[in-house]
Structure formats: C-alpha cells, structure tokens
Design a binder for this molecule. Sequence first.
Ligand code: GLA
Length: 398
Amino acid sequence: MTVHEAAVPATEHPHGAPRTAAAFRAVYGAAPEGVWAAPGRVNLIGEHTDYNDGFVMPLALPHTTIAAASARPDGVLRLHSGGAEGGVVELRVDDLRPASGGGWAAYPAGIAWAMREAGLPVGGADLHFDSTVPTGAGLSSSAALEVVTALALNDLYALGLEPLRLARLAQRAENAFVGVPCGIMDQTAAACCTPGHALFLDARDLSLRQVPFDLAGEGLRLLVVDTRVKHELGDGAYAERRAGCERGARALGVSALREVPHALLPEALPKLAGEPVVQDLVRHIVTENHRVEEVVARLDAGDTRAIGPLLTEGHRSLRDDFKISCVELDLAVDTAVAAGALGARMTGGGFGGSAVVLVEEADAQRVTDAVTTAFAAAGHTAPRIFTAVPGAGACRLA
Ligand code: GLA
C-alpha cells in the first residue's frame, strides 16, 4: 500500500483538514492546494536497534500532524505552525544550508533541503501545520512534522516518491540539516504504518511487514504513559550511545551489532571485557533484536498475551544495560506490572518521554489509577495516560 492509498477514516482527524485549511487561509490569504497528515508513533519493542541495522516494531498513533500547503513559483518557503510562537518563518529554498533554520522550522526546511540535495525538482511552498502529537514525549512529533512535509512537497511537485523514500529523505533531513543522529524507525513509522498493525521493520534493508495487532479484538489494550518528563534527543546522550555501539561493532569485527547472533553473545561479551560500558550496550542491542524476533513469533502464533514478559525484560535491559531510563519511567513500568499489567517498557529514545503498558481490558482502569496514584505519591507531575490504537501512516486528507 502506498502512502497515497493509506486513506484514514475522516473520524481519525475530526475536523482536522477543514480546520487546518481555514487556518492556512487566515495566514496566507488563499485556500491551500491540499491537506496532508502524518502520525506520531509508539515503539512496541526494538529500542536503539535501528541504527545498529536491527529490528524495530512501531505502530502509528491516532495523533497526527496536519499540513495545509500550496506550491510557490518564486522559490520562497513560508512556514507557519498553529502550535508555535513567532509567526511565519520565511526562507529561500536556494539559501537552505544545514543548521540555517532554527527551532521547529528546521524540520520542514530540512525536508526541502534534503529533496533538493537529492536532485529533486522542489521549489517554494507555503505551509501551515497543526498537530495533536505531544512534543518531547518520545512520540516522534518531529518525524510526523518531517514526513507530512515530505508528502506535501512530493504531491505539490509531483515527485512520485514511495513512502520509504520519503522516510529516508526525512531521516537525512534530521541527521544532516537539524543535526540529530537518529535512526530510520520514526520516519518509517510515520510514512508506512497501517491501521490495526504493528510495523516489523528490518532497519538494514528496510524490508517491512505489517503484523496484525488487533488488541481490542482480543480484550487487550496498549496504554501509553506520557511521564511528562521532556526528553531531548540532541543532548548528546543519544549520540554517545550510538558511538558506543559502533565501537562495540568495530571491536567485534562486524559492520553493525545486528550481525552478532544472540546465541553467540556468551562468546562475544568477554572480548569486550576491557570496556564494560560498551559491553553493556552490546548486550542490550543483541538481546533486544532477539526480543523483537520473539515478539513477532508470538504475535504470528496468535499469542499476544505472551509478549508481555518480553516487554518488561526489554525495559530492564534499557534501564540496566543501555542506561537510558529515568525514575519516572521506572516507576510507571514497575507500578503497572505490580498492578497486574501483562508487560511494560519505556518507548522511544529514553531519558523521559513515554512508557507502553500491555493490559487486559478489564485491568486497564486499575493499572491507570495505580500509576497515577504512584506518581502523585512520589511528587511527580501527573502523567498523561491514553490508549494506543494502531493508526494509519501519512496520507493526503484533501
Ligand atoms: C529515537 C530515534 C529512533 C530510535 C529511537 C530509539 O526515537 O529517532 O531512530 O533510535 O530513538 O529506539
């Protein structure tokens, strides 16, 4: 299914397209040529594996970033966001250079830059954005912004690019223009997810499979607990982990940690004895890739409940080996599991953001209450808890 065919029921964007089109008209004085949407995501399992050429399994949220846009013949790029201060950002596509745009506008500007760098005939445009994807919550608001821009420019300039190509351009924009060394998971999720499925992605060759993930039909729920602790991918810790993984791969003589088979981990780890930090990073990546494959196998076997313990194991690995959890994420996971959840783990880059919790439908309220109470008792900001229903990838709305 291409992005263009991935129609989203209008109910998932209540009034979204008309409201965003009206906002565009108010800002730019004319109706937009079109309106597009791209979702945020949660990752079910497979954390920090993408830049190790490994496996990930995200699903799209119903939360979306919507763009209303028109092409401009004069090479001017105008960007406006309903959620940001500061009015219209005006740039010239010819002048775009990495790190030349600041703040939120760097993401859409980076897309125009990456497309032109790739030799694609992209000119100016007017864009207005509205979003329901929480920012700083580990739910990939930046990838939603990038991918919706990429899809809008793709259509406005009739580029005919496939969703995966748009995802790669979006990653290129984030890596080289914005300066965040992220992997390919979030952009692929925003471009390629389909309703009712989790996306099993091999980050090495970008082959992907839509795995049915109909929790409601099985009496289950996936809760998202946004801890309200803002994570910041650009703060250096992400890049540090990535560099540590690359060091581990070099020390083991492989081009990426994905090549270390789980069964050979006991042989590989002693080779890293002189570098305990790298040893821990490698242990996480190799066991995490294995957990993703196990989750897929259990879902394929129709045994959804059996993925719970793998989620919780994954959290322990991220906490103890990869060392990217925080007290609020640990509290959310520990409390949810103690209150009867089937499994729980932090999701996304770490150091804050959100956790995912797999629960029986009948236990959802009890688990939600337990987490809320535990946060209050610990003096933390109240978490935002909602149910993730696997939604659609990027598409044109109007
Ligand atoms: C962020 C990055 C992704 C991925 C995750 C961790 O979301 O953008 O590429 O590395 O962290 O799994």
